[in-house]
Design a protein around this ligand. Structure first.
Ligand code: MLT
Length: 329
């Protein structure tokens, strides 16, 4: 080794040891330690399930573990803030859902920038939602449930994962469709909310099929509708909301992966490559299918498509949320 290359190596080693690796060196070596994937909801819920599935497969491709860390609360804003303020080095990433499109309007005061604070890595899944209730609810189909909601109103408890959660958005749309308010009960995620629904502590919830399919099949909750235009293969007997008598009560959830703003493009590209590999993993695809969830087509799992879709979704939801007048502050 020449004295110049020895000196360069020694500078690099000193820089790495001090956490000051040159950007080029850090990018070339990425990743050389575990990556934290922040899930902004509680363990055991649908975002957690999606995150754990892709984290494992991404880790296999990256050669480093992708460690899931649940940072739930405040409708997904606590975990998002954590990632927005993390070092933009690719070692802290965020798996979030449609809340990334509704939070910029729902929250007028946040300690992070919900629109410009992130670099999209790629979209992950698209997930239908299902309207479910404790199994002994006094209704057996959607029209009876609508009548019950109109009759009992705030006497019914609707569980959600806080303002900004998909379950919150679905509840807003349901209450608008039925023109009746219920009492909302917020949780750190719909994983814990599901426990209370199964035990009958709360009455109703609208949640992603990732979390509800197995409970519906097991009969631990009663299902009333899937909130998509078509029935889904995982739950073929479940009518759509339109078939049940509530046309227009439709919403699907999407998930995306993000790095903090300023993360170098080469690192975003490497993370995207691992994401694409994970989405193509037959074991991941088959588990998603079993849970009524679909990975996005690979053409949509790019940072560019993700950014465009996310920005369009912010614009789509803004007027609807403003018209509902339901803000977090
Ligand atoms: C939601 O309602 O947004 C999700 O179900 C939250 C979660 O993953 O727990």
């Amino acid at each position: 080794m020449t004295s110049i290359s020895r000196r360069a190596l020694s500078v690099a080693i000193t820089a790495v040891a001090a956490g000051l690796a040159t950007p080029a060196l850090a990018q070339a070596n990425f990743p050389n330690r575990p990556i934290s994937m922040v899930i902004p909801f509680a363990a055991g819920g649908p975002t957690d399930t999606v995150g754990r599935l892709i984290a494992q497969a991404m880790g296999a491709d990256l050669g480093q573990p992708v460690v899931v860390e649940n940072s739930g609360g405040a409708g997904g804003t606590i975990g998002a803030q954590r990632v927005a303020s993390a070092r933009p080095d690719g070692y802290t990433i965020l798996l979030h859902h449609i809340g990334m499109a509704t939070i910029p309007t729902l929250y007028r005061r946040l300690a992070y920038d919900p629109v410009n604070g992130f670099e999209p890595i790629g979209m992950v899944t698209e997930v239908p939602m299902t309207l479910i209730a404790r199994r002994n609810i006094e209704a057996t189909n959607l029209s009876e449930l609508v009548a019950l909601i109109r009759q009992r109103g705030e006497g019914l408890n609707y569980a959600n994962a806080g303002i900004g959660a998909a379950s919150h958005l679905c509840g807003l749309l349901l209450m608008k469709a039925v023109d009746t308010r219920m009492t909302t009960v917020p949780y750190r995620g719909t994983g814990p909310a599901m426990n209370d629904l199964v035990s009958g502590t709360v009455d109703l919830m609208c949640d992603q099929t990732t979390n509800t399919t197995e409970q519906i099949r097991a009969g631990t909750v009663r299902a009333f509708a899937v909130t998509t235009p078509e029935r889904i293969a995982a739950l073929p007997d479940l009518p759509t909301s339109a078939q049940g008598g509530l046309p227009g009560f439709e919403v699907s959830v999407w998930h995306g992966l993000y790095a903090p703003r300023g993360t170098p493009a080469a690192i975003v590209a490497r993370l995207n490559q691992a994401l694409v590999k994970a989405l193509q993993d037959p074991a991941v695809a088959s588990r998603f299918a079993d849970l009524g969830t679909a990975p996005v087509p690979i053409a949509r799992a790019t940072p560019e498509v993700h950014r465009a879709f996310w920005q369009a979704d912010i614009a789509k939801w803004r007027p609807l949320i403003q018209a509902a007048g339901q803000f977090a502050d």
